[in-house]
Design a binder for this molecule. Structure first.
Ligand SMILES: [Zn+2]
Length: 216
């Protein structure tokens, strides 16, 4: 429902936020959650204007439990979750902080520009797009996902409720902390992850294949 009582300035801010989310190709139902003065049809039209006539993607939204497709992807998701929570100024656990998603996504995407994917096959670098980033932010807000401190590597690792991966620090489970020394903290230093990436095992055999995809 659009809020008719919003001031002109608030409506402008709303449109700017919608533009920023649509430019990054966030799915329209999530953009709609972030705004107060625009309808779904107006957002769809905005998408067509911004993306040269291309209609917004349809189909089911990703489930948080289906996003991590192996242990390595969980290491990247942990890094994104950490970036998002540090960027967010909101205490409200019911809504996603759209500006924090944008800030965290831009940092993450800048670091892994070649990992951007809108269709399968996805790489092990997740979130693969801003919609997955939004779904993760939503899960963090509603308690479906949370970060825990790892006493071994001193980083933070992501735990997702009802996920097929065990709730352990996957960075340590993959043996990286042992190789790099117990004081190394992945959670605070995303810069180290590209190095990590080149060392990750190429097989997807560390967990059962996900229902949606295989690791690239
Ligand atoms: Zn650890």
């Amino acid at each position: 429902m659009c809020d008719e009582s919003l001031s002109f300035t608030d409506r402008l801010a709303d449109q700017k936020l919608a533009c920023e989310l649509i430019v990054r190709r966030l799915r329209i139902p999530y953009v709609f959650q972030a705004v107060r003065s625009l309808t779904v049809e107006e957002l769809r039209e905005m998408h067509r204007c911004i993306h040269q006539g291309e209609g917004p993607p349809s189909g089911p939204s990703p489930r948080i439990q289906s996003i991590p497709n192996n242990r390595a992807s969980m290491v990247y998701l942990s890094a994104f979750a950490s970036l998002y929570l540090k960027a967010s100024a909101l205490d409200n656990r019911q809504s996603v902080d759209a500006k924090a998603v944008i800030a965290a996504w831009d940092l993450f995407h800048e670091r892994y520009p070649h990992a951007l994917r809108f269709r399968r096959p996805f790489t092990k670098i997740r979130p693969a797009n801003i919609t997955e980033a939004w779904v993760l932010a939503q899960a963090l807000r509603c308690g479906l996902a949370h970060l825990r401190h790892c006493p071994d590597c001193h980083g933070e690792y992501l735990v997702i409720e009802d996920c097929k991966l065990p709730p352990v620090c996957q960075y340590c489970a993959l043996g990286f902390a042992k190789r790099r020394g117990a004081s190394f903290s992945m959670g605070d230093d995303v810069v180290e992850l590209p190095v990590l990436d080149s060392e990750l095992p190429q097989t997807a055999g560390d967990v059962a294949p996900a229902d949606d995809e295989m690791a690239a």
